[in-house]
Design a protein around this ligand. Structure first.
Ligand code: IPM
Ligand code: MN
Length: 352
């Protein structure tokens, strides 16, 4: 099979972790007789520096022409402390999500048996956790009307959802639940917010089409609590953009390292795969960042964008092997030898 993949490395540790995912993907392609054509394009602060905007048209064209997008990370501290900056790397991310129609962000959380004691949460609470948070990604308060009133001292952001937006996300959630534990949790704040009441009403009306799925409706504050108390009780959670942003960071703690969790964003035009961690500027250029989340994102890409399940399984197997044999970066090494980012990538590519 010929795989045409857009490569958006972005900022900070993005290029380093992307390099390892490319090495592993190329090794997989060799093993299973595929041909990958990678096309690199600029995004984030790197794109601002080069052409003045974080998601240039040329990058969009590369993404639209590709079968899938593999994404590193964006963000640079020089923008974070400058509230007056007119262009920001994050605007590129939001523009890209909208332009590619990436409406559903799939963020799985699971535990690795060999790393379970890395989690700040007690073993007996997290053992067996295998959940997916499905976050709506192109609507809600992220894309609502915002601004300042004339006095300059009053600011507003608005949250809007349409029934259609809820239906397409919830449909995906129901279908995923059918393939997994047949449990779906709709996370909202329906005791306060009108958009949440629309979500709840819409999902309730869809229940009859999926009689095998047990649906629960829970308030986001209660979910925030139960996620760390009893995460293994969840299967698939669906939620709006901002709640999903917050809950997925919280959930990443369960696995013991931000450096491990992959994600995909399902889109109207194409799908995008990226680690859930950010650009981690403190580590940039040091060859110390954990590449596994990006490598596992490549596994999701093989499976979800191309239907190549065996290839994805081979990547997950070699990742598990590296964890079991202690071929890991410093975040996971403890008192043992820490490997460099590039060494982990080389090892994985040599052992697939
Ligand atoms: C994420 C990030 C982004 C978001 C930021 C960088 C805009 O936190 O992908 O979760 O809030 O969606
Ligand atoms: Mn986030």
């Amino acid at each position: 099979m010929k795989l045409n993949i857009a490569l958006l490395a972005g900022d900070g540790i993005g290029p380093e972790v992307i390099d390892q995912a490319v090495k592993v993907s190329n090794a997989i392609a060799k093993k299973f007789n595929h041909e990958i054509e990678w096309t690199s394009a600029l995004t984030g602060a790197a794109a601002i520096d080069a052409v003045g905007e974080p998601y240039p048209d040329s990058t969009h064209a590369v993404c639209m022409a590709a079968d899938a997008v593999l994404f590193g990370a964006i963000g640079h501290p020089r923008f974070d402390n400058d509230p007056t900056a007119k262009v920001r790397p994050e605007q590129g991310l939001l523009k890209m999500r909208k332009a590619l129609g990436l409406y559903a962000n799939v963020r799985p959380t699971f535990t690795f048996p060999s790393l379970i004691d890395n989690s700040p949460l007690k073993r007996e609470r997290i053992e067996g956790t295998d959940l997916i948070i499905l976050r709506e990604l192109t609507g809600g308060i992220y894309f609502g009307e915002r601004g300042r009133k004339d006095d300059g001292d009053t600011a507003f952001d608005t949250c809007t959802y349409t029934k259609e937006e809820v239906v397409r996300l919830a449909k995906l959630g129901f279908e995923m639940a059918m393939q997994r534990g047949k449990k779906l949790c709709c996370v909202d704040k329906a005791n306060v917010l009108e958009t949440s009441r629309l979500w709840r009403q819409t999902v309730q009306a869809m229940e009859k089409d999926y009689p095998e799925v047990t649906v629960s409706y829970e308030f986001v504050d209660a979910v925030a609590m139960r996620l760390v108390q009893w995460p293994s009780s969840y299967d698939v959670l669906i939620t709006e953009n901002l709640f999903g942003d917050i809950l997925t960071d919280e959930a990443s703690v369960i696995s013991g390292s931000m450096g491990l969790m992959p994600s995909s964003s399902i889109g109207v035009h194409t799908s995008l795969f990226e680690p859930i961690h950010g650009s981690y500027p403190q580590a940039a250029g040091k060859d110390i960042a954990n590449p596994l989340a990006t490598v596992l994102s490549a596994a999701m890409m093989f499976e979800d964008a191309f239907g190549l399940k065996e290839e994805a399984a081979a990547i997950r197997d070699v990742v598990n092997k590296s964890l079991a044999e202690g071929v890991v970066t410093e975040d996971l090494a403890g008192k043992n030898k820490a490997y460099k980012t590039s060494e982990v990538g080389d090892w994985l590519a040599a052992n697939v």
